[in-house]
Design a protein around this ligand. Structure first.
Ligand code: NCD
Length: 293
């Protein structure tokens, strides 16, 4: 049984369906959450986070587990201690689960390889953010009542630098979805998925659209005039969507009126806060499964 979750590929489709069903049962109060009162969970985030860390924290508290957030800024890594030594010391204290976020893309598999305790990747450079992809899948699974086969998701924005896009590009096609990438050339990674530079064209065939934040902190050079120029062509707006009845996703944080127009965030088609809500139940299901394995 899996105890370390570094990548969406760590779980096969039937294991993922079990997690989605468990998350829904917890959401609908059809099942009682496991009691993990004796478990110690610690989050080490070397990058900022709002939703993900709070979501893990709320999920852990619903499982009655003890959750602490390690203060990375004040740790001995700033005194020259290696990251691995820091992790080994924390593991030696008897924690049951370590959750990390780090700007290096290879960080999660590297940490997992050197740890014996349970582990969750909460963001590994630009490469992977598997719990976000699972909660996006759950949101879509519920919205389309399990029927994802042949549905096209248009992923719009800074795809090249987005770990959320990367994890979704691996996961969603496994459940029958088609990916359509929509971005200016400098935001498109080399890919086998269909892509276009025209948002209007993409919206004609998309069954769902996912906006992404422009990851300015990851750009070594600015390849566009300004965020305003970018928004002119790629911001999701009511005018562009018109009355198409397609759901709108975004992992957050949202750059309002750059990725998505204010009005669309308040539109009933927006599932942005539903993603956040479902994320808690999905992470509960995942932590239950890793910690009771
Ligand atoms: C993303 C992240 O940090 O990977 N947000 C999230 O976890 N929900 C996306 C981003 O930073 O743009």
């Amino acid at each position: 049984m899996l105890t370390q979750f570094t990548h969406t590929k760590d779980l096969n489709n039937s294991e993922i369906l079990v997690l989605l069903r468990r998350a829904n049962a917890l959401l609908r109060q059809e099942a009682r959450p496991a009691n993990l009162a004796h478990k110690n969970i610690i989050a080490l985030f070397f990058e900022n986070s709002t939703r993900t860390i709070a979501s893990f924290q709320v999920a852990a508290s619903r499982l009655q587990a003890h959750f602490s957030v390690f203060n990375v800024q004040k740790s001995s890594t700033s005194k020259g201690e290696s990251l691995l030594d820091t992790l080994h010391n924390i593991e030696a204290m008897g924690v049951d689960l370590i959750i990390t976020r780090h700007h290096h893309s290879s960080s999660a598999p590297y940490f997992a390889k050197h740890l014996k305790c349970a582990f969750i990747n909460a963001g590994s450079g630009t490469l992977s953010h598997p719990t976000q992809a699972l909660l996006d899948l759950l949101t879509l699974y519920n919205h389309f009542e399990g029927d994802l086969e042949g549905k096209t998701i248009a992923i719009v924005g800074d795809i090249k630098n987005s770990r959320v896009a990367n994890s979704n590009m691996e996961l969603l096609p496994r459940f029958g979805m088609k990916i359509l990438l929509v971005a200016p050339p400098h935001f498109l990674p080399p890919t086998s998925h269909p892509s276009t530079h025209s948002l209007a064209e993409a919206l004609e065939s998309a069954d769902v659209v996912m906006g992404l934040r422009t990851q300015t902190e990851r750009h070594s050079l600015q390849t566009y005039g300004s965020l305003k120029d970018y928004a002119k062509d790629f911001c999701l707006t009511r005018a562009r969507l018109q009355d198409r009845p397609i759901p709108i996703l975004h992992p957050g944080p949202v750059h309002r009126n750059v990725d998505i127009q204010d009005a669309l965030l308040d539109d009933p088609r927006s599932l942005v806060l539903q993603q956040v809500k479902l994320g808690v139940f999905l992470r509960m299901a995942l932590m239950e499964s890793l910690l009771t394995a």
